[in-house]
Design a protein around this ligand. Structure first.
Ligand code: MRU
Length: 359
């Protein structure tokens, strides 16, 4: 994979001056771009998960705020639009981080100057995300190479590939780098109930890149690790606390426990923008609770190729649907970041912070 010749998840058209995103709710059955032209459209895209994945949520929100300022650059609208975007999803801290980046760039400016500056900052956040994710790939490749395997079997959960960022991804970036450097890689993709980001997104993007992969049920992952069919696990993160606790898609914690029980390294790949320095531990991270319909029904193609939703549960059944969980830092073998690889601990995070503030 190179950063220039592959698809990206969000593009800016300088001619029509518009933002387009891949509508991820349609994948893997259709690849359709959708144009975001108003604040409600940006909010809708994030809350309905047309775009998702912590870094991409942040970049989309940055463009959404820039779009809102192009309509009305007053202080009132800056606060109103930022609050509307902030309310779309609670867990991924990149959302708050990206809105802060735009707000800091414009708040001391005259309203007439704000739209252009906000757009340029959103464009630079997009470029920085690509560079950071490629660095995460290079740093993660060092850890994969150190495993010294002729063939690497890597397990991942949810989607932390280029669909969740702009290009490269976080957890998948080291895998793309390993594949490009000629290391034979095979990926165990856990389906990631209830929204199936593994089945629908990760398997789709790995297949496009020619990386061999196999979809497995979430419940089979512990057994695969116990049977030593997994050399390491790499996942992304939606928010990492200052003590190294990691919040990621629900089911991540169970994988980390199984990896520890089988003595398999469990890596978490994330950009610095995913670290919530104000959050002392995973206990304080807000966990999004999504609608029970995601658990009680499922969507897919019927025999005629038409998309539809079917009910799984009896009509009287109810469900609880937390979208994320917290993995304690001591289960994490390393945090793979654009600044290098660090211990998941207060000390490791402090080292990361010191290096980040020098760059
Ligand atoms: O609910 P989603 O699909 O937005 O959740 C995404 C994840 O949990 C990813 O693993 C996480 O954002 C890391 S992405 C680079």
């Amino acid at each position: 994979m190179s950063s220039t010749d592959e698809l990206c998840s969000l593009r800016w058209d300088p001619v029509s001056k518009g933002v387009e995103v891949i509508d991820q709710t349609l994948l893997p059955h259709a690849l359709r771009w959708c144009r975001l032209e108003s604040l409600p459209a940006f909010c809708h895209a994030i809350s309905t998960m047309q775009v998702r994945g912590a870094p991409l949520i942040g970049i989309t929100a940055a463009f959404g705020l820039a779009n809102a300022l192009a309509e009305d650059a007053s202080n009132e609208n800056l606060a109103r639009a930022s609050a509307a975007l902030m309310a779309t999803r609670p867990t991924a801290v990149n959302l708050r981080w990206a809105l802060d980046q735009i707000t800091c760039a414009v708040k001391s400016l005259e309203p007439s100057q704000r739209p252009l500056v906000a757009l340029h900052r959103a464009l630079s956040l997009r470029e920085e995300d690509i560079v950071n994710c490629e660095r995460i790939g290079a740093n993660g490749l060092q850890l994969l190479s150190a495993l010294n395997k002729d063939q690497l079997n890597i397990m991942t959960h949810c989607n932390a590939g280029w669909l969740a960022t702009v290009q490269w991804g976080t957890a998948l970036a080291p895998i793309y780098k390993a594949h490009a450097s000629g290391i034979p890689v095979h990926v165990w993709v856990s389906e990631t109930r209830p929204r199936n980001q593994g089945t629908n997104l990760t398997a789709w993007e790995l297949h496009r890149a020619g990386v061999p992969c196999t979809i497995v049920t979430d419940n089979s992952c512990g057994q695969l690790m116990r049977q030593r069919k997994v050399d390491c696990v790499i996942v992304g993160s939606d928010r990492t606390a200052a003590n190294g606790d990691v919040c990621n898609k629900v089911g991540t914690y169970l994988k980390a426990l199984a990896a520890r029980a089988s003595d398999i390294p469990f890596y978490v790949a994330l950009p610095e923008s995913t670290i919530d320095w104000s959050c002392p531990s995973g206990e304080q991270i807000p966990i999004e609770e999504r609608d029970e319909s995601e658990v009680l029904s499922i969507g897919g193609l019927d025999a005629a190729g038409d998309y539809g939703e079917v009910k799984l549960a009896a009509s009287h059944s109810t469900a609880f649907n937390p979208a994320f969980d917290v993995t304690p830092a001591d289960l994490v073998a390393a945090l793979i970041t654009e600044h290098g690889n660090f211990d998941a601990s207060v000390k490791g995070l402090q080292q990361l912070g010191a290096i980040a503030s020098d760059t």
